[in-house]
Design a protein around this ligand. Structure first.
Ligand code: NDP
Length: 331
């Protein structure tokens, strides 16, 4: 039987650990569509899974990779035909189901997005879960009244995957963007993406009061920890804060004051299970008004063979932008 390169997470002595291996098609979970995978990407969650620093995998062994893109080889679902270019993000890929770090994937047709006109498979994975989540955060804030004239919008973890795409999208939509980053080396990068103000996370005075000086009409927060409470305590009246991640911690401590005295909204952002009809509509925006303008500057591409050595930098918080994994040649 034909064998395919895969990056699998196994459990050894109670610890999850990743390794390059080979699998046959029947080693992968069943699915009504079989893909020849050309690209995947690295998200923070993949690094948690691969290094065993987060309990991400629901079973072992499992192919990691929460994003997958490629062409259809075989489909028993009438919506897809051999040769179609498609991708999927979330839906439990690389958590519950074998994911994108493999030369083949078997997936449910219900998870697949046909490649929108104007995007390549590489572009789709350069955006990937992190970029899609950035777009979802912006849309959630807009749905709650955010408009470019309302005031500055903060983006924390701004040099990371989610953060850098959020800066790019917001600036492209005409927002005044403040990037908050721990990397001095990323200031020029963030200005190039359209941030007009940069704050250094390591020297921020967050204060301790239930309400601090109001300064944000909105915020995209992939960091959590102390960042989310501070952004909320320093938000303007009726501002929206999109809570997207936990790179700086998952606990959350706050008084009710921002909610009852300033009417601040904290919006949850869950990209994994976002419904397909809304998902496709948001991908359409990612090819039009929300299209990241600096995607090639944000993205680096690594060969599949380099994947095992790429995860530690995500855990250290030293990665800038997005990382696409080239699994095979594009069609
Ligand atoms: P990246 O690793 O690309 O970026 C994370 C960034 O956060 C870092 O580059 C750094 O940016 C900052 N950071 C890292 N460590 C710390 C720390 N200890 N304290 C404060 N800031 C830190 O990750 P992604 O962009 O892929 O994901 C970011 C977060 O969003 C993760 O928690 C991820 O799980 C979550 N996420 C959630 C999704 C959802 O559906 N809700 C979907 C996708 C991601 P800088 O140096 O600029 O401060």
């Amino acid at each position: 039987m034909e064998r395919f390169r895969a990056y699998q997470v196994v459990e050894e002595d109670g610890n999850a650990t990743g390794r390059m291996t080979e699998v046959g098609l029947d080693d992968l979970n069943p699915g009504d569509v079989t893909l020849r995978v050309t690209h995947s990407s690295i998200n923070y969650k993949d690094a948690l899974a691969a290094t065993g620093k987060g309990r991400i995998m629901r079973r072992f062994p499992l192919v990691a990779g929460i994003d997958v893109a490629g062409e259809v080889l075989e489909s028993s679902d009438a919506r897809f035909d051999a040769g179609d270019q498609v991708f999927a993000t979330g839906y439990g890929l690389g958590e519950e189901f074998d994911g994108g770090f493999c030369e083949r994937a078997r997936v449910s047709a219900d998870w697949l997005v046909p490649l929108p006109a104007g995007l390549t498979l590489h572009d789709a994975m350069a955006i990937g879960t992190a970029g899609f989540t950035a777009a979802l955060a912006v849309q959630r804030m807009e749905d709650n009244g955010l408009r470019p004239g309302n005031g500055p919008v903060a983006v924390s973890g701004a040099s990371g995957g989610l953060g850098s795409i959020a800066v790019d999208i917001l600036a492209g939509l005409g927002y005044e963007v403040t990037g908050i980053t721990g990397k001095t080396s990323a200031h020029d990068f963030l200005r190039d993406l359209g941030a007009t103000t940069i704050l250094d996370r390591t020297t921020l005075d967050m204060g301790k009061r239930p309400l601090e000086r109001s300064q944000w009409a909105g915020a995209v927060d992939p960091v959590g920890g102390d960042m989310l409470p501070w952004l909320t305590r320093s938000a303007n009246r009726h501002a929206s804060i999109a809570s997207c991640g936990l790179a700086g911690g998952h606990e959350f401590s706050l008084t009710v004051m921002p909610f009852i005295l300033r009417g601040v909204n904290i919006l949850g952002v869950d990209s994994v299970a976002w419904p397909m009809n809304k998902r496709r509509a948001l991908w359409a925006r990612l090819t039009s008004d929300m299209r990241p303008r600096q995607l090639s500057q944000i993205t680096r591409t690594i060969p599949f063979a380099d994947l095992p050595t790429a995860f530690d930098a995500f855990m250290d918080g030293t990665v800038t932008g997005r990382t696409v994994v080239q699994i095979a040649e594009s069609p």
